[in-house]
Design a protein around this ligand. Structure first.
Ligand code: 8YV
Length: 336
């Protein structure tokens, strides 16, 4: 009997169709968001799942779906999945790194520039017909991006790609803070200097957050950290909701603690704090950092490759390209 798999979110039908050559596929063409009980129900009898950030895969779900062998997530981040619980039950987890690095760095840079140069705020003004009435020479002045200090919190692949854009394209001084310091060769290639977190907060003209979400990065930027920043600084979050304390950020934006923010991710998204919606000096986008056609297709394709291989199908059968918990594969080989 062919294995059955569940595809939880709609993406590119031609790419998802590749799964149909090997599996019985149940998908979600209407792109409904399923609650966890509904997800559990739909996963009954399924050996694999192609999941996204909106699906919570935890011990409760795994215990209710004992036949599940692979959870293949679209996205480099996988904080929606309890990887330890998966590993303990022999469930392979995969993600989609690398293919989105440059596209997401482009977007982070664009969001930072839009916040600094007040693009959303000034567009609202123009659309409201205010320009003809109240236009002034000094309207919407904001901080420069070129030649300023770019701070990066989290210096993985996307952080490094942002650093290169800042240093090489915009003549910025680039400083970063990360759990571990980069090798000297990578630091010099990115033209980025390692600093402690306090220095990063104090000296950045434009601070971009690219750190993965975990218990230890929860509210890494809260009221105390926002107070350390320059009142002329911008903050951009393209990492995950919850790394920044959105309530504290709304206060800082309203009170002039910082100049502006660019946010692509939110605590509790897709719901957005009303206090943030009320701020004029924030650019808000619906988690689209990786959303170029080519990259979203590449992510879906890598996810399909992972699912095929995880369940022993396709050209790399048994060796999914980007496993998160490869120890599950090693254990499968040892017990085969
Ligand atoms: C995804 C992301 O598009 O890769 C990630 O971790 O946040 C985005 O690139 C999003 O998670 C869609 O599932």
């Amino acid at each position: 009997m062919r294995p059955s798999v569940l595809v939880t979110r709609a993406s590119f039908p031609d790419i998802v169709d590749r799964l149909r050559s090997a599996f019985d596929v149940t998908d979600n063409p209407g792109d409904d968001i399923w609650s966890q009980p509904s997800l559990i129900e739909r996963l009954q009898g399924k050996t694999g799942a192609m999941t996204a950030g909106s699906d919570r895969i935890d011990a409760t779900l795994l215990d209710a779906c004992p036949q599940l062998k692979a959870v293949c997530n679209i996205g480099v981040g996988y904080n929606n999945i309890d990887v330890q619980a998966c590993t303990a039950r022999g469930v392979l987890v995969t993600n989609t790194p690398d293919v989105l690095t440059e596209t997401t760095a482009d977007f982070g840079f664009a969001l930072m520039m839009a916040a600094a140069r007040r693009m959303t705020e000034s567009e609202h003004y123009l659309r409201a017909g205010e320009w003809v009435k109240t236009g002034r020479y000094d309207m919407f002045v904001g901080p420069d991006v070129h030649g300023s200090t770019l701070g990066i919190l989290g210096m993985g692949r996307i952080g490094q790609a942002i650093a290169r854009r800042g240093a090489l394209g915009f003549g910025m001084r680039v400083i970063y803070h990360n759990r571990s310091r980069l090798a000297p060769g990578i630091e010099s290639e990115c033209r980025a200097s390692y600093v402690d977190k306090d220095t990063l907060l104090r000296e950045s003209d434009h601070l971009i957050i690219v750190v993965p979400y975990s218990e230890s990065s929860h509210h890494a930027i809260g009221a105390a950290q926002l107070k350390q920043m320059k009142s002329t600084a911008t903050l951009t979050n393209i990492a995950r909701g919850g790394v920044v304390d959105d309530d504290a950020l709304a206060v800082a934006l309203q009170e002039g603690g910082i100049a502006a923010a660019g946010l692509d991710v939110f605590e509790g998204e897709p719901a957005i704090r009303p206090a943030l919606l009320a701020c004029r000096n924030v650019v808000l986008t619906p988690h689209i950092g990786s959303a170029s056609v080519r990259t979203r297709r590449a992510m879906a394709s890598l996810c399909v490759d992972n699912l095929l291989a995880a369940l022993g199908e396709g050209p790399s059968a048994g060796a999914p390209p980007t496993p998160v918990n490869p120890q599950v594969l090693a254990r499968r080989v040892a017990t085969a």
